[in-house]
Design a protein. Structure first.
Length: 276
């Protein structure tokens, strides 16, 4: 079941600024080598929350050390479509056995506790987690909900990650702490490399010709309602509108809508005139 080891991990200070090349695209192979280890988790709901977060962030390997409870049916009811992780979860009698094959081990803590630990933020350590995962399993450790990892467990870690929080309320739920950490690892693995989806009604950018037609329609409409008077010189007003609308980077649909406003001003005035 478990590979037992009593040898503490050697200190390692190679972090995100180690000089190693960082992955430019999503690295599924590296994510597949990242092992989430929960040490004596108490609440099955938190286990389910971690599994759900693993599915969100592309992680698949979970090891539990002496969990108080593990109910696959209940877990899948919380973390839907997670039968693959539930079915492949490894159970270990000792933390040493759960991390024995790890080439790099990152612990987590709510606050600094021992002077000998190499403390980092999740964002700082995440690139190194991905880099080292190319060499072999990287274990990310989380302690039990009521006390966290023991000092002896932290001694076995190459680095200890602390999530910055408001000092008045620094304690995070296990599943929350995991998701923050996993999110940073996912980003470091290139998980956000793709562009964001555009709105359903978005079209191609407006061309220069279409923008000029828009400004002409606006100027004509404003002129007909006598907007240009006093210090409102047409040239200065339209220049300001170019600046404002230029920042919006209008697409074709948006440019035509603004153009229609200019047209409708004139048409409205024409209708009023015909009613007189």
């Amino acid at each position: 079941m478990s590979l037992e080891s009593k040898t503490p991990a050697a200190p390692d200070t190679r972090l995100a600024h180690s000089g190693r090349p960082r992955p430019a695209t999503a690295n599924k192979d590296a994510l597949a080598n990242i092992v989430v280890v929960l040490d004596e988790p108490i609440d099955v709901v938190n286990i389910a929350g971690v599994i759900r977060g693993m599915k969100n962030m592309g992680l698949s390997r979970l090891r539990l050390v002496r969990p108080v409870d593990f109910d696959p049916y209940r877990i899948e009811g919380i973390a839907h479509r997670s039968a693959d992780i539930i079915g492949s979860t490894e159970f270990h009698d000792t933390l040493e056995g759960a991390i024995a094959d790890g080439v790099w081990v990152v612990g987590t803590s709510a606050r600094p506790r021992t002077a000998n630990c190499n403390y980092v933020r999740p964002r700082e350590v995440a690139p190194t987690v991905v880099e080292r995962a190319a060499e072999g399993p990287v274990c990310i450790l989380f302690g039990r909900e009521d006390r966290g990892l023991t000092n002896e467990a932290l001694d076995r870690c190459h680095a200890v990650s602390i999530i910055p929080t408001a000092p008045e309320y620094w304690s995070l739920n296990l599943a929350q702490a995991f998701l923050v950490t996993a999110y940073e690892i996912f980003l470091a693995a290139g998980g956000a490399a793709g562009s964001l989806p555009r709105g359903r009604r978005a079209t191609e950018p407006a061309t220069g010709k279409e923008l000029e037609s828009m400004y002409e329609a606006l100027q004509e409409g404003l002129s007909r309602i006598h907007f240009f008077k006093g210090t409102r010189e047409p040239e200065a007003v339209i220049r300001t509108l170019r600046t404002v609308l230029g920042r919006a980077d209008l697409d074709i649909r948006e440019a035509r809508l603004v153009q229609a406003i200019g047209f409708e001003i004139g048409r409205y005035l024409d209708r009023l005139k015909s009613q007189v």
